[in-house]
Design a protein around this ligand. Structure first.
Ligand code: SER
Length: 615
């Protein structure tokens, strides 16, 4: 059975049980500033699991591309990947344990034809505040699962929330006990992992292929309480299901990876065997993840998603280099990329390409090629240096990062293979020192949101500050920036607020901004101690790590202070005062006039405004 058959069967099966198929979200969440990547099928559905009504009803199903950056270092065995497709079905306060466990069992054993004898299940064993899940235990037994195939585990294994076990859940987070299904490949147990083998053993004999979470708890101050609805959140990795159905314990042998491995084998002239395997698994996984990230708009950089992408590509290049000891692989790397496209041809907006002509390559491949090529130029020099080093300390690891572009984690891994640990704290100290130096007045935290530093973009940027303050005037001080993106055509501003703005509020906001523009307020750039900025009540993201001296922009001071307004405490007469790296116009009249063209919700509690400049 192919992976495509399994994906299709899953969707069809749950559609047959009254579910609506929904479109998967992008790998980089568009509407959730709290997280960098979509890492599970439930993540885009959080607002609905919390109670918001979904337009498609209470039963949903999809296949969600997911990325778990925290698993980067786990890759390099038969079953770990950073990218996976999560088959998911959800009940939004509709059916619960009985239906969920029966249906998932029916799907696995009847639709996929998995041998019941090879399936094991785990159930929550209870803790201080949540009882043992005897209900699920009884349901599994009634489905014919024998007691020796049912295992109880505690919160570390059988509790699921986005933040992990109950003590790690922040206030408001939802989660609950879960029940997992494992496939037994029957491979011999490795005692390195403990004297007894069991479904959650790491020896590779058992593979978790599905997880039903019963979201029925919410964290309140310090404790868990029964949540107002009882949701089901099921997720099963397609890669692992495909491995189980085909009874191959190595997911890299399935049709979701084999073409990529074959292309790597072809490219470097080495077999997928023995010691070559981990490096090839890393390349196959990382290049696939990179392809998906780039498709969803990420470009390599030193920040956030861009840094993760850079790390994936540089780690792939390092593995190629370790396997070949030269850079020749770069010339033919397109074949690896083509293999990835061929696997997903027609899915998730991916189309296979028929050309290997370097001049006809699509932009997305060029991003991969350019990053690996640039890094490749220093890679052999870096390896040359490493080969001559007997010891490495954190400072030298930083030099390798600074001079040759070796991400810390890559250097750490290379030296670990030589049996050495690097002093990470020392690396961090060097890194921070460097960061402070480069955090000049012009390196602002919103810089990423500006398309460039052209005149128009700068006007929009200053208008955004006025808008931010005007929104706080109209809607209150709970309004904070959650995101900003400025192009030549418009400003886009995301902020915290839990209601739709009325037409009147929108008009008033727009009016204030235009009045401030007309008043021709002066824009000041201040570099002041962090403590002073806080004292002045400058708005900004305080959870960012700041240097001692911070960069603030103040718009004023023609504005007359209104001592009664809550939000304008002792601001030296500035109307707007915000942490920012700039750049901004010198005085507001040059902006012209703004018009708010759209106000909409982008996620639970976050609104988005689009505005344009009118001359
Ligand atoms: N959210 C659960 C998981 O990621 C089930 O979908 O395992």
């Amino acid at each position: 059975m192919t992976s495509k058959d399994i994906r299709d069967k899953f969707i069809r099966f749950f559609v047959g049980k009254g579910h609506k198929e929904i479109a998967p979200a992008k790998l980089v969440p568009e509407n959730d500033p709290s997280t960098l990547f979509t890492s599970s099928g439930m993540q885009p559905l959080v607002p609905y699991l919390l109670g918001q009504l979904h337009s498609e009803g209470k039963r949903l199903v999809d296949s969600q591309p997911s990325f778990r950056a925290e698993d980067i270092e786990e890759v390099g065995d038969n079953r770990h990947t950073t990218f996976f497709e999560m088959l998911g079905n959800w009940s939004l306060n509709d059916y619960f344990k009985k239906e969920q466990l029966s249906w998932s069992w029916e799907f696995l054993t009847k639709k996929l034809g998995l041998d019941k004898e090879k399936l094991y299940v785990s159930v929550f064993g209870g803790n201080d505040s949540v009882p043992k899940d005897l209900e699920s235990f009884e349901i599994w037994k009634s489905l014919g699962v024998t007691q020796d195939h049912i295992f109880f585990y505690g919160v570390e294994k059988n509790w699921w929330s986005r933040s992990g076990p109950p003590d790690k859940m922040p206030e408001g987070e939802i989660g609950g006990p879960d029940s997992e299904v494992f496939y037994d490949f029957g491979t011999p147990h490795d005692e390195k992992y403990g004297s007894n083998c069991h479904p959650n053993c790491d020896c590779g004999r058992f593979l978790e292929i599905g997880n039903s979470v019963f979201i029925q708890y919410q964290k309140t101050t310090g404790s868990l309480k029964e949540f107002s609805q009882r949701n089901v959140d099921f997720g099963g990795g397609l890669e692992r299901l495909t491995a189980a159905v085909n009874n191959t314990s190595d997911i890299f042998e399935t049709d979701l990876y084999k073409p990529i491995i074959d292309a790597i084998v072809q490219l470097i002239g080495k077999e997928y065997e023995a010691d070559n395997k981990p490096a090839m698994q890393v390349i196959a996984d990382h290049m696939k993840t990179a392809t998906f990230l780039i498709k969803d708009g990420v470009v390599p950089s030193n920040k956030l998603q861009g840094y993760v992408l850079r790390r994936l590509l540089r780690r792939s290049a390092t593995k190629f280099y370790q396997l070949t000891k030269n850079m020749k692989f770069l010339a033919e790397m397109i074949e690896v990329y083509n293999a990835i496209l061929s696997i997903y041809d027609g899915l998730y907006g991916i189309e296979k390409r028929e050309t290997s002509d370097i001049n006809l390559l699509e932009e997305n491949y060029k991003v991969i090629f350019d990053e690996m090529n640039r890094f490749g130029k220093t890679l052999s020099a870096g390896f040359h240096k490493i080969d001559r080093m007997e010891q490495i300390d954190g400072k030298e690891a930083f030099d390798l990062y600074q001079t040759f572009g070796f991400p810390y984690e890559v250097t750490e891994e290379l030296f670990r293979l030589k049996g050495q640990e690097i002093n990470k704290e020392q690396f961090r100290v060097e890194f921070e020192k460097h960061r402070e130096l480069s955090r000049t007045a012009s390196s602002g935290m919103f810089k990423g949101g500006l398309a460039d530093h052209s005149e128009t973009v700068i006007k929009y940027h200053t208008a955004t500050h006025l808008l931010h303050q005007a929104l706080r005037d109209i809607l209150g001080p709970t309004v904070f920036q959650k995101g900003s993106n400025i192009t030549h055509e418009r400003l886009r501003f995301d902020f915290s607020y839990d209601k739709k703005m009325t037409d009147e509020e929108i008009k008033k906001t727009e009016k204030i901004v235009n009045e401030k523009i007309e008043e021709d307020l002066k824009v000041d750039h201040l570099i002041i101690p962090l403590s002073k900025a806080k004292e002045l009540n400058a708005i900004g993201l305080f959870d960012e790590k700041y240097a001692d001296q911070v960069s603030i922009y103040g718009i004023g001071p023609k504005y007359q202070l209104n001592p009664k307004a809550k939000d304008r405490r002792s601001r030296r007469g500035y109307y707007s005062l915000e942490f920012c790296g700039g750049p901004h116009v010198e005085h507001t009249a040059v902006i012209g006039k703004i018009k708010i063209v759209k106000e909409e919700a982008i996620s639970w509690g976050i609104r988005r405004i689009r505005a344009i400049l009118k001359s």
